[in-house]
Design a protein around this ligand. Sequence first.
Ligand SMILES: [Zn+2]
Length: 338
Amino acid sequence: MNLDTFIAAMPKVELHVHLEGAVRPETLLKLARKNNIDLPAHTVEDLARWYTFVNFPHFVDIYIKISECIQTPDDLELVTREFLEGQAAQNILYTEATYTAYTHFHQKGISFADQMAAINRARHWAEQTLGVKLNLIVDIAREVTPEQGMLTADWVIAHHGDGVAALGLGGYEVGNPPEKFADAFDKAHQAGVPCVLHAGETEGPASIWGALGAGHSIRLGHGVRCIEDDRLVHELRARQTVLEVCPTSNVCLGVVPSLEAHMLPRLLAEGLNVTINSDDPPMFNTTLTQEFQRCAAAFGWTREMLERFTYNAAQGALLPPGEKAALMANIQSQLARL
Ligand SMILES: [Zn+2]
């Protein structure tokens, strides 16, 4: 079996992918028509052009428009089902998807309970029919006020364990440090809810220190720019903090000039706990399978290294011990048969 075939077939775990950022282009166009949303793109090709990175504020605008196309709980259930079909097709056994609930509440007034009911219908369906599991990291978008962030924290605390695994932080990093939402992360942390923040993508080490401190972050969304600070690298190695690295996303958003120039080999050489993820797959014209294939080609990764990334992700998953053990055993037995 060649490496690309192995990658397609191997069991996978994905810790960093956005539910809204994963909506299929065809479905987005269909929802826009149904809901009379004026998208600046009317074909899949137009969408690809619109998705092309201009700057991070433009990227945030795209995100808001995508969220607007999802108007009803049924729309939300549909995109979640399709998302999980896509994950199952890649043999991604378990996914933690980031989801920005506040945007949907703000735009359409859908309560968090109604949002979760729709997502949980899709989640239970996928578990029964496709054999794949999902939990959400419900994130605070950095652009909102601390009070709006606190509302998200309260939702997450109330629904923790029922499809919600953690409180997150996403959106535009520059000018919106984790400290802005320190109260929300303190409250979640004190309630026993894990916090998983984006940090060290468009901002440098200070943002990561903030995520670890004020944000109580137990993993890091991206975190790749830790490489700019030796003391931080030392800290992350000592803690074995999972880095949710999204290689193509980093290229598309200009964090690195090319995949070949990515800091991944340096992160690995430093002994950091790396996982590979797709972030916003259709927006970056990728999938988790393709992330592995592209990186394996660019960096000469072996089958053993690819297996290690899967184990790292499974080990870093926010699952109860019994479920995590079952996931690890499933991965092990599938890999043994490949
Ligand atoms: Zn992300």
